[in-house]
Design a protein around this ligand. Sequence first.
Ligand SMILES: O=C(O)C(=O)C[C@]1(C(=O)O)C=C[C@@H](O)C=C1
Length: 175
Amino acid sequence: ATTTSEPAATTAPGQDDGTHLDAVGALVLRRLLLADPVAQSKWLSGKPIADPVREQAVVDEAVSLARQEGVDPDLVTRVVRSQISASKVVQRGLITSWTHDPASAPTTAPDLATIRPQLDAIDTDLVAAIGAAQATAHDPRCAHLVVAERKRLSAGLDSLHRKGVRDALSGFCTA
Ligand SMILES: O=C(O)C(=O)C[C@]1(C(=O)O)C=C[C@@H](O)C=C1
């Protein structure tokens, strides 16, 4: 199990430590922050938060890319499903708070059709980043490394988005 041989604790946070988790983390955070405009658009359109057909298309596209790039399709499926769950957690939290405090609700929002291509672009990069970080998913230190990455990403986030980050990273480690 000593497949990685990087020295421990010699790199500053955010610096490449050989785990490639920082690139995954940055994409996970960018994707999660798009849950806000998605929720705004759904609040105004009245569309349901969950769209199972779109979810399957997102997963299928990522798995197809993973196969082309030689990235573990099961790992990609797990991670992408975690991103979708995390997005729904944030969307539900926001819509619940707007329901209870309508004065705080958005009155304008971007069209969902302009946000989905941004999610697609992130997912394309995410598949490649997962590929680079594949060994870390199987590393016995994975859970520990993910906690460290999560803490870095959570700085400055409110509790709803912190919960989202936690959910979003929960599918990464194999063990
Ligand atoms: O595209 C949407 O409608 C979203 O809400 C985004 C998203 C995703 O994370 O990709 C999340 C929940 C939906 O069930 C489908 C997809």
